[in-house]
Write a new protein. Structure first.
Length: 153
């Protein structure tokens, strides 16, 4: 006589699957009934934004509505206006406040605005040491502006 292919474990899994399907069907029917009782979309509360940007539960007054013409809406980045800049000298002068030859970096203080700029050995033209007067250019680095093309004066 042949053995039954239906094992206890298989039958338990089948029962759980059927039970889960039935629970899902009941939840779906309950949601449908609840939706019908509430009256559909009309029961969803709305939030409005007033002219000051605050959330309210009352709709805005149509008299306060501002009309905007479509041609006045600018898409994209607005064009930069021509602003006369001061004469900017790319070559700056300063004094080496700290430089470590073994580590290959240091700091230069600008004589004009007393800002401190990082300087790496790769940006040097001449050998520098502390308290040397130098001229340099600025370049944007990872953490701010860096002094590059550093020469002794």
């Amino acid at each position: 006589m042949a053995k039954s292919q239906q094992t206890f474990n298989k039958s338990e899994k089948e029962k759980k699957r059927l039970k889960k399907r039935e629970e899902k069907r009941k939840k779906m029917e309950a949601r449908k009934l609840e939706k019908e009782e509430k009256g559909g979309v009309d029961s969803i509360p709305f939030a409005y934004v007033d002219q000051f940007g605050n959330l309210t539960d009352t709709p805005p007054d149509p008299a306060n509505k501002i009309k905007v013409k479509a041609k006045n809406i600018v898409l994209g980045v607005p064009k930069k206006e021509d602003v006369e800049e001061e004469e900017y000298d790319p070559i700056r002068k300063g004094k080496v406040s700290f430089f470590d030859n073994s580590k290959g970096f240091g700091f230069i203080i600008d004589t004009e605005d007393q800002e401190k700029y990082f300087c790496h050995v790769s940006g040097l033209i001449d050998e520098i040491q502390e308290n040397d007067k130098v001229q340099f250019e600025l370049e944007k680095g990872n953490r701010g502006m860096n002094a590059v093309r550093v020469k002794l004066i």
